[in-house]
Design a protein around this ligand. Structure first.
Ligand SMILES: [Fe+2]
Length: 461
């Protein structure tokens, strides 16, 4: 445990939680919002509701708060931020609990992902923590059974939607279990197929990858530790645990495991089949990764090319600048692709060390656009206190190329002391933003989100 005992970096600077829920209508805009955009940009993250012991506070255990902007007809109609009402959050707010109660051990305000599916909105976590359903305006409906299976697994934060089959895939783990479960859902979220997979040592599997023919698993040296249960994050780095990548047919069957260098896959950029090869691009944390202090890590963009015919794997570094939150256009998930997006922290990252109390003022200071064919990267810089979040690619109305569209993200405007929803042209990535939607409040550094097209249910044909 290397969290500072004197100053907790996750309670100050860009990470500091906000204390108010805000509703703001008809937001001011600099530039022009593309007229065809009709939907919501949603992003979530940990936002602790009161902290009893600041010195021991772990960022990723903070209660989930979703920040959303509704866009339609070239206007930003509203901004809302709302805590997910888990039983605990509802109790502390003095509100009635929402929905049907669930096992208290599986009840927490999900803080990793917010996503739309079939006109519904879900807040997601992992490890068997139950997903919550939200209303269109981010009010909490209640806990739900998205991806729930008889074995106790449920849809996890990094579920992957296949744009070609409309299937939704999850690779779900449970704390302490030596199995993970591959869960396939249809376009409505109904479970259609499951496969249990043996994973000795109970590795922490935050993300996975999907290709046209395969499911790809990342077995890394961050493993379950019962001794760490009391911290709320019962995982530790175990250098004796061999890092492996597993490849399984999408329909289920045996997993072929390939040993790789020590490191932990944080997030998948994309993966695809290339003949008898499987190509997997990931953001990977270096050996020694401390899961309780994620902001200290210096992950890079790496590629594995697995030759299934020869049984060999080749590892390459695609980009060694520190980055995370990799994203690809949704139409290219699991298919050959050229462009990827990520948030970078290299420009202003201080030379932190374990125990260094300085705030992570550089955590996510730029958005990156990778051209994986040319091997080049462009950076759109947001400055020292930019606090830019995950960049989500949204296609143009009739896209003529893979990168014909926009990248949307929350970024901090240091002059106003509040956040903007920034819309970049993906094809003019370093140019002036197409639009900056000015929000009335600060948005803390957070985790994941999505552009969710469409209006409230019944609002559209
Ligand atoms: Fe994640």
């Amino acid at each position: 445990m290397t969290i500072s005992r004197t100053v907790n970096r996750y309670l100050s600077g860009g990470f500091a939680p906000v204390t108010e829920e805000v509703t703001a209508l008809d937001l001011p805009v600099t530039g022009r919002i593309p007229a065809h955009l009709d939907g919501r940009y949603l992003r979530t993250g940990p936002n602790a509701f009161g902290v009893e012991d600041p010195a021991a506070h772990l960022w990723t255990l903070g209660d989930g708060m979703v920040h959303g902007v509704r866009i339609r007809d070239g206007r930003a109609e509203w901004y809302r931020n709302r805590w997910v009402r888990s039983s605990s959050v509802a109790d502390r707010l003095g509100e009635p609990r929402r929905g049907t109660p669930v096992d208290p051990r599986m009840d927490m305000a999900p803080n990793v992902q917010v996503a739309g599916l079939d006109g519904r909105t879900f807040a997601l976590l992992e490890g068997g923590i139950r997903p919550y359903e939200l209303g269109y305006e981010l009010d909490t409906v209640g806990p739900c059974d998205l991806g729930a299976t008889p074995e106790g697994y449920s849809a996890n934060a990094h579920s992957i939607s296949d744009p070609h089959t409309r299937e939704l895939h999850s690779l779900a783990f449970l704390y302490g279990s030596e199995h993970v479960q591959h869960i396939v859902m249809d376009g409505t979220g109904a479970v259609t197929r499951t496969t249990l997979i043996h994973t000795p040592g109970s590795p922490y599997m935050h993300d996975f990858a999907l290709t046209e023919r395969h499911v790809v698993l990342f077995d890394g040296p961050v493993v379950f530790s019962a001794a760490e249960r009391a911290t709320g994050i019962p995982f530790v780095w175990d250098g004796s645990h061999q890092a492996r990548v597993g490849v399984m047919p999408r329909a289920g069957g045996a997993v072929r495991w390939f040993e790789v260098a020590a490191g932990l896959v944080g997030h998948t950029l994309n993966a695809y089949d290339d003949g008898t090869d499987v190509v997997i691009d990931v953001v990977r944390h270096p050996a020694g990764f401390d899961i309780k202090d994620v902001g200290l890590s210096r992950p890079t963009l790496d590629r594995w090319r697995i030759d299934l015919a020869a049984g060999k794997v080749r590892e390459d570094r695609l980009d060694d600048r520190v980055q995370d939150f990799p994203r690809v256009g949704s139409r290219y998930v699991g298919r050959p692709y050229r462009y990827g997006y990520a948030a970078a922290a290299e420009l202003y990252a201080p030379p932190t060390a374990p125990g260094d109390p300085r705030p992570h003022e550089g955590f996510s200071s730029a958005l990156l656009k990778h051209d994986l064919v040319r091997g080049t990267t462009e950076a759109h810089e947001f400055g020292r206190f930019g606090a830019v979040g995950e960049g989500v690619f949204v296609p143009a109305e009739s896209p003529a190329a893979e990168d014909d569209g926009y990248v949307m993200a929350y970024a901090h405007d240091a002059e106003r002391g509040a956040a903007d929803l920034v819309i970049l042209s993906a094809q003019d990535f370093t140019g002036e933003p197409v639009a900056r939607i000015h929000l009335p409040v600060r948005i803390p550094l957070g985790l994941h989100g999505n552009w969710v097209p469409g209006g409230p249910r019944g609002d559209r044909p």
